[in-house]
Design a protein around this ligand. Structure first.
Ligand SMILES: Cc1ncc(COP(=O)(O)O)c(C=O)c1O
Length: 343
């Protein structure tokens, strides 16, 4: 099976499974799991943030951040295709009592400029306006096609936001992919955001887990909200052990996933009726439009399944994500299958 649906499908490596079996554990709700503590300390060190908290999912990390940065009635500014807005099941409204102000980025990459963000802000407005409480960024931008924002661009947005006393949270589910693509350390890319969440369970290949990072006070509060959200785990060192390996060993492997994605993008761009600019594919996500072919995106994905190739249709487009369990030969097979069907 060639599973290109997402990088969330990655299976733990033998080294991860061994580390999990041998992990030293304790009760993490009491802060007594030595492996979780090591993972949190290492993540904080790598990101040059004061503290980190191990959470079960990226969604939980994001939602705790939304909760802590806002108060009920606030508005959160986010790009229209952003994960927090589209794929976290209305939790900003449910858990934090906030509304979302989605802003469509002019750039196909989904990366907002400060001018676009500024035009959506409600600050210094009459008291009956819905006040902006938070700006959320996403790097890489999943539905922007794995696009990246560099440290300088992130700094500029944060600086302007901070001048207005607005916090910035970064959904950095795939920040290591961005870091590899831009050759910038994750600490630089996140130095000016108030909080960042990144996932161990996507391209880094761990089975479970994300880290939320920020100041010591922010993380102390986040620990309370993690428990309230039902994410207080006990002997979670079993999971953190795999996470530690993911953190140390996996970033160096991401360049291969990016090469495979580029090869896939260049290949599909040759197929009649398929539309994609391979130059824009810089990480591991490939989104291509098939509206000019004689088949719908769902038909194409259905037929790919006959060759045991799995991808997800979204509207007129198909998304394929490369990861450590997809090889260059798998990309060849996928391209062959698509060419047979559409060529
Ligand atoms: C950009 C982005 N943020 C957050 C998440 C949420 O992660 P999780 O599935 O661990 O909740 C995802 C999941 O795919 C994602 O793509």
């Amino acid at each position: 099976m060639i599973d290109l649906r997402s990088d969330t499908v990655t299976k733990p490596t033998p080294a991860m499974r061994k580390a999990m079996a041998e992990a030293e554990v304790g009760d993490d709700v009491y802060g007594e799991d030595p492996t979780v503590n090591r993972l949190q300390e290492r993540a904080a060190e790598l990101f040059s943030k004061e503290a980190a908290l191990f959470v079960p999912t990226g969604s939980m990390g994001n939602q705790i951040a939304v909760k802590l940065h806002t108060k009920p009635g606030d508005e959160v500014v986010i790009e229209e295709r952003g994960h927090i807005f589209n794929w976290e099941m209305g939790m900003p409204a449910i858990a934090s009592g906030v509304t979302i102000r989605p802003v469509r980025a002019a750039r196909e990459s989904g990366m907002l400029t400060w001018a676009e963000i500024e035009s959506a802000l409600h600050i210094n407005m009459p008291y009956y306006a819905c006040p902006t409480g938070l700006i959320c960024l996403e790097n890489t931008h999943n539905f922007g096609g794995g696009s990246v924002m560099n440290a300088a661009e992130t700094d500029e947005i944060c600086e302007k936001a901070h001048q207005l006393n607005l916090p910035v949270h970064l959904d950095g589910a795939r920040i290591f992919n961005a870091s590899v693509a831009l050759n910038e350390p994750v600490a630089d890319m996140t130095r000016s955001v108030d909080s960042v969440q990144f996932c161990l369970s996507k391209g880094l290949g761990a089975p479970v887990g994300s880290l939320l990072l920020g100041t010591k006070d922010f993380i102390a509060e986040a620990r309370i909200w993690r428990k309230r959200f039902g994410g207080g785990m006990r002997q979670a060192g079993i999971l953190a052990a795999a996470g530690l390996i993911a953190l140390e060993e996996s970033p160096a492997k991401l360049a291969t996933d990016h090469e495979n994605a580029k090869k896939l993008a260049e290949g599909v761009a040759q197929i009649k009726g398929v539309s994609i600019d391979p130059k824009k594919v810089v990480t591991n996500i490939v989104i291509f439009d098939v509206s000019e072919t004689d088949k719908s995106s769902s038909d194409i994905c259905q037929r790919l399944k006959h060759d045991d190739i799995h991808a997800i249709p979204f509207g007129n487009s198909i998304r394929m994500v490369t990861h450590c369990d997809v090889s260059s030969a798998d990309i060849d097979k996928t391209l062959e299958s698509l060419e047979d069907m559409l060529g």
